[in-house]
Design a binder for this molecule. Sequence first.
Ligand SMILES: CCC/C=C/C=C/C(=O)SCCNC(=O)CCNC(=O)[C@H](O)C(C)(C)COP(=O)(O)OP(=O)(O)OC[C@H]1O[C@@H](n2cnc3c(N)ncnc32)[C@H](O)[C@@H]1OP(=O)(O)O
Length: 316
Amino acid sequence: MCKFVILQYPLYIRNKCKKNKSRSICKVHLVGMSSSGGPTPPFTTLSVSRPAETITHVEICRPEKRNAMNKAFWLEMVDCFNQIAEDSECRVVVFSGAGKLFTSGIDLMGMASDILQPEGDDTARISWNVRRVITKYQETFSVIEKCPKPVIVAIHGACIGGGVDLITACDIRLCTQDAWFQVKEVDIGLAADVGTLQRLPRVIGSRSLVNELAFTARKMYADEAKSCGLVSRVFPDKDTMMAGALEMAGEIASKSPVAVQGTKVNLIYSRDHSVPEALHYINTWNMSMLQTQDLMKSAQAAMEKKSLKDITFSKL
Ligand SMILES: CCC/C=C/C=C/C(=O)SCCNC(=O)CCNC(=O)[C@H](O)C(C)(C)COP(=O)(O)OP(=O)(O)OC[C@H]1O[C@@H](n2cnc3c(N)ncnc32)[C@H](O)[C@@H]1OP(=O)(O)O
């Protein structure tokens, strides 16, 4: 049984991250965390909250280190998103960063042991261990894509290195006017290996621009990120962006979870397959999913010109 404390009226809630000095304030319906289904803190690098009954907010929360991705972060993301995937209350996720900026990428201090001094008695064993580490790090962001709930990422200030890997695994990218993006890996002597080189070309239409960003590690600012399609909306500041992200999340959460989650799974499948393969996949998918009661409920609401916000869909 889920024990939610549902407050009746919109409240102004503050970011729960204790170390976050620049508190973002959003007008939302505050709901307590699920005692069974939701992600189970304590996480040391992620702050998880429920701004509404069906929305989970995950915030990377090491503001004093500019949200650098330390060892704990790489593991906690996997636990967190696996739990969200299994949480039948949650329909949409909003992801953001605490403090001055979104993230400064991999923790350059913490990189040392895993990557710079890998264990092993000979080249083969050392290489095998490095491979294991990279596989584990890749899962940190792949888990976002594997989670069937749409993930809206809200980016302010800098989004560097691993941050670009992270956001390209998300479904919808929003940013503030002061945001900038940097595929920084070449500057620290490596080819990006946890998603940017694989996903960014599928996000941005121009292969030439992807190559330029990856080879030069130059900063790309919000306006260019919008014009090339990396983000779909630019907001004047973080508060407005968070309010916009939560409003969008609320809109998505009001729709049939069978329809929304099926849409995410099939969009990702079709990105990676030919049109005939993807048509075959959705055919098989929908031969069961079209039998949902949500179809009739949604169609009836459309006929009666009712908002989907007034329709109750079962948990999924
Ligand atoms: C298999 C692995 C795959 C993953 C690969 C990933 C690769 C990457 O992510 S490459 C990118 C690496 N990141 C960077 O090069 C960014 C380094 N940081 C900065 O350039 C600046 O800190 C930044 C522009 C982000 C912010 O500048 P600001 O003036 O606002 O803050 P600072 O005074 O510089 O920093 C405040 C404290 O945060 C610590 N810090 C910042 N970034 C990192 C980081 N990436 N790793 C570890 N620590 C970081 C900084 O040292 C300060 O700490 P303290 O001195 O203790 O106050």
